[in-house]
Design a protein around this ligand. Sequence first.
Ligand SMILES: *Cc1c(COP(=O)(O)O)cnc(C)c1O
Length: 369
Amino acid sequence: MSADDVTTPRVRIRAALAGLPAYVAGKPAAPRTDVTAYKISSNENPYPPLPSVLEVVRDAAGEMNRYPDMGVSALTHRIAEALDVDPACIATGTGSVGVLGQIVQALCDAGDEVVYAWRSFEAYPIVVALTGARSVQVAVDDRGRHRLEAMREAVTERTKVVIVCTPNNPTGPAVTQTELRGFVESMPEDVLIVVDEAYVEFVTNDDPVDSLPLLRDHPNVVVLRTFSKAYGLAGLRVGYAVASPPVAEALRKTAVPFGVSTVAQRAAVASLDAYDELDVRVKQIVAERDRVVAALRDEGWDIPDSEANFVWFPLGDDAVPFAALCDEHGLTVRPFAGDGVRATIGEPEASDRLIDVASRWRAGARPRS
Ligand SMILES: *Cc1c(COP(=O)(O)O)cnc(C)c1O
């Protein structure tokens, strides 16, 4: 049966879906015979899984005929232990994007508002629109930083959720603890403040966000973390929220049943157990990031501070041609048309090539097509 053979259905798909942008995933690296191609478009960890994690995953794979533990209890307790919080404060999900979807579902009805910075993580407008809620986007400043005061002013009585993405994907800067505390204290107590800390392990500023003490005093705070970036488990889909117990309970109610597989649950536990080893890699990525930012700035690029595992080129209308030039040199980066290009810090060879292509661009090189 070809798609053309199927008559148009008369079912009523929700209008909210019509205007919805599809998530643009980082493209896979184009196959090349002349140079090694690198995919630096999805903020993935370039290191292969740790042997200890891989072994646990192999064992767990032997149980794939069984449903996973629906309560995700071993992982929940292991996270709670690592963070020194009660397990009742933890809710897991299929990546932290999955958990964010649960948050918006748990809080928003059609017409409610969700405030977040823009440009920020491209999953936000999709997750919000799916519930029929409305996105209220507050432009970041010219250094790619959240304008927290303007975000506070954007809050109305329809606002149910505010998202603070720190470090901000794709621009790079993090908010400080001082800024976040002031922001949380200024917010109405009935607005949920989501602190999306997908890149928290890469933060190196001297006033880093520490959301858990904020959560103790402000039960309207939720912290989102993921195993996809620093822990290198992007393909297994597991993340979590740390929240006040009633919020965490609401999130467990909106979870896809059995969403987090046994393989993912065990790999996440094993990764927490092996964090010292992973941290060595995180520190290498951080050092590599700082090297790349310094080299690009030396070349005259105006690169915002990055506290994550990527760098942002604020190229405006040149974003797409710059990405095309990168492509020609075997680098798949992530362009945001009209705005900029995000490049992940991966293999050092990929970084060297990125610096080289960026320098050619400044010298006038342009893509052939
Ligand atoms: C990568 C990322 C996430 C996490 O994604 P999952 O793989 O779903 O855990 C969440 N927020 C931001 C800002 C990200 O960049």
